[in-house]
Design a protein around this ligand. Sequence first.
Ligand SMILES: Cc1cc2nc3c(=O)[nH]c(=O)nc-3n(C[C@H](O)[C@H](O)[C@H](O)COP(=O)(O)OP(=O)(O)OC[C@H]3O[C@@H](n4cnc5c(N)ncnc54)[C@H](O)[C@@H]3O)c2cc1C
Length: 341
Amino acid sequence: MLSVQQQVPLLKYNTLALPSTAEYFCKVSSESELQEALAWARQKQLPITLLGGGSNVVLASDLAGLVIYIAISGIELISEPNQAEKLIRVGAGEDWHQLVLYTLQQGWYGLENLSLIPGLAGAAPIQNIGAYGVELSDRFHSLETIELSSGQSITMTLEDCEFGYRDSFFKGAGRDQYVITTVNLKLSAKVNLCLEYPALQQYLKAKTLAEVTPQQVSDAVCAIRRSKLPDPTEIPNAGSFFKNPVISSEQVETLKQKYPGLVSYEQADGRKKLAAGWLVEQAGWKGITSSGVGVHDHQALVLVNYHGTGKDLLSLAGDIQASVLDKFGVSLEIEPRVYCK
Ligand SMILES: Cc1cc2nc3c(=O)[nH]c(=O)nc-3n(C[C@H](O)[C@H](O)[C@H](O)COP(=O)(O)OP(=O)(O)OC[C@H]3O[C@@H](n4cnc5c(N)ncnc54)[C@H](O)[C@@H]3O)c2cc1C
């Protein structure tokens, strides 16, 4: 039975712990409850905002209309197309990291590099989560959505989702039009590790293991992440605040003449990806605090909230973007979804 509350504080529903209030708020734990919530908002002509773990949002104002927290659970093996392949169906409200741990316990491999990413499974396709050399799209089969305007169920394939680097159809043409209810993943009973990422390679090499298992990769990823990123429950943050910019190789060569330490990674299309954290650090922002928000003192890519507001955070982000553009001629794009009236 759907229960809608009014004027609900969202501080504990976003990992930046930003103050924001939902005009109306409900949690949906099944597809039928979701349909009820959508019909309720449609009948009242209210805008809808979807919320998962709140780990990739900047709430810079109150949210008008109905905020729907997606709590649809369930992890199920749906088919084994061949001996090795495991096709699993995951409810959008499942905690992502718990899902990774569960699949490893079952002997369904492939998600180990994506350990400890905060948030819920339903949001993973939105920005095609990625870490340590693997992206969701590498393990993705399909997903099930409900179109907000019509309430119609639509299944989308890998192609439909138009995944890119921290990008998908849901950030472009499909923005704010669909609720993801289920994500179907293609995992494997066969171990096929992805160990190319330098930090992961170094960590595992130092352990001098005879044979590396998927669980050890997951443990390694967790240990590296814990050493590098602030825990949002201790210092509120949304992970990487800026996307790593991708620029032409000519521009990289020009910049390298002036900044020999510039970090860049070759892309499939011949362009190069820069490390946004390096640019922010070189522009002098690491550890800076202003109006209750700041840049983390160990990781310049992470903006943190001590006791500020979303607007304070966006103001700091704007200053950082302007200074990086001025120094390097490179535009930084904010990675989390910004909600601001
Ligand atoms: C410490 C930290 C580390 C992080 N590290 C990484 C990382 O390594 N790699 C990476 O890619 N990301 C990383 N992130 C970002 C974040 O964890 C991911 O983007 C995650 O997928 C967000 O999930 P969420 O449930 O919290 O989404 P939310 O923040 O709740 O929502 C994000 C967006 O998705 C939409 N949305 C949520 N659920 C649904 C749904 N079911 N259907 C349709 N739309 C929906 C929301 O409306 C919103 O626009 C990190 C964040 C933190 C705080």
